[in-house]
Design a protein around this ligand. Structure first.
Ligand code: GYE
Length: 321
């Protein structure tokens, strides 16, 4: 009696273990995607999250979404929890570039493919992720610099620039800075006189710009912000200092969110370099390809343009984020 009971219990446990191991995927057979988002720091990010959620819904993918509030530790625990849940695919937008190898090795050991969206990681083993779907941030930085070179009145007077950097250690902050500085090298008239992180937020942009204005005052000719939200914060700081953003101080930013178009139409922002956050559909296509065992390119780059102030009103009605 006793032994039969035990055998039964052992069989039941074996069955449970099988159910747990065998199949990945949701109870209903749908593909399960675990996604760890950076946070909700900017308009860009909000649009990116909405795109991922709606594309997953449209593709019939069971999305497990987790917001890391701009903290790498939270992303690492989210990824570990996706591994424990045995999701089919893990995707994430890494808040910073470094520090991912251990957790990505855990995903690899569990045979769960990883897709990067938006931001890159710095890893020595390329097999730790399948593909990166996102923008070319170095090129975005170059585009911003090219606009500046073409839109500063001729002459040899100094063009003093302050730079509002994105999150320290993040791919867009590192690469946008690189592209911008690279394109201005060889043009000694253009000097970046101060550079500090505003963490991609409006509050951060405003606070750092206030400090820049206090230190440099009217000497500042240009603000180069690594995203629109920080530029909008900087615009407030410039106005509160009694100066005219867009005129006394030129403002350049990146992303191309609606708030930037509104600021351009109000004459306060000079240009935004587009960075498209609507990556959801491409991510779901990549997940489907992985599930079907189809190969994917290592890098999927998003197409983008530059919108100067004069083009804002015409483009505004067609903007999707
Ligand atoms: O520019 C910024 C956001 O990684 C491209 O992150 C993204 C950046 C975007 O917070 O607004």
């Amino acid at each position: 009696m006793k032994s039969r009971y035990l055998r039964g219990a052992a069989l039941a446990m074996f069955g449970l273990a099988l159910a747990g191991c065998s199949g990945r995927g949701g109870h209903d057979g749908r593909t399960v995607l675990g996604f760890s988002q950076v946070g909700a720091e900017s308009e860009w990010r909000t649009a990116n999250t909405a795109s991922i959620k709606s594309a997953a819904h449209d593709a019939g993918i069971d999305l497990r979404f987790s917001d890391a509030q701009q903290k790498q530790a939270n992303q690492i625990s989210a990824i570990r929890s996706f591994i424990a849940q045995r999701v089919d695919v893990i995707a994430f937008s890494p808040v910073v570039e470094s520090g991912w190898e251990p957790v990505l090795r855990e995903a690899k050991a569990a045979h769960i493919p990883v897709v990067l969206t938006d931001r890159a990681v710095d890893v020595s083993d390329p097999s730790l992720y399948v593909t990166l779907i996102g923008s070319d941030f170095v090129e975005e930085g170059r585009k911003a610099a090219r606009w500046l070179l073409q839109n500063t009145p001729a002459g040899d007077g100094p063009v003093d620039i302050v730079e509002l950097e994105g999150t320290v250690g993040s791919a867009p902050a590192i690469d946008r800075k690189k592209g911008f500085h690279e394109a201005l090298a060889g043009h000694p008239r253009y000097q970046v006189i101060r550079s500090q992180s505003g963490d991609f937020t409006r509050a951060g942009g405003k606070e750092v710009m206030e400090a820049f204005l206090k230190a440099e005052g009217k000497r500042i000719n240009v603000v180069f912000a690594h995203n629109d939200d920080m530029a909008i914060g900087a615009i407030q700081a410039i106005e509160e200092a009694g100066l005219r953003p867009g005129r006394d101080i030129k403002v350049i930013s990146m992303d191309g969110v609606k708030g930037a178009f509104e600021a351009m139409m109000a004459g306060k922002l000079n240009v935004t370099v587009e960075c498209n956050p609507l990556l959801g559909p491409q991510l779901m296509q990549a997940v489907a390809a992985i599930k079907a065992g189809k190969p994917l390119p290592r890098r999927i780059v998003v197409e983008e343009s530059v919108y100067p102030m004069e083009s804002a009103a015409a483009a505004f009605p067609t903007r999707k984020y």
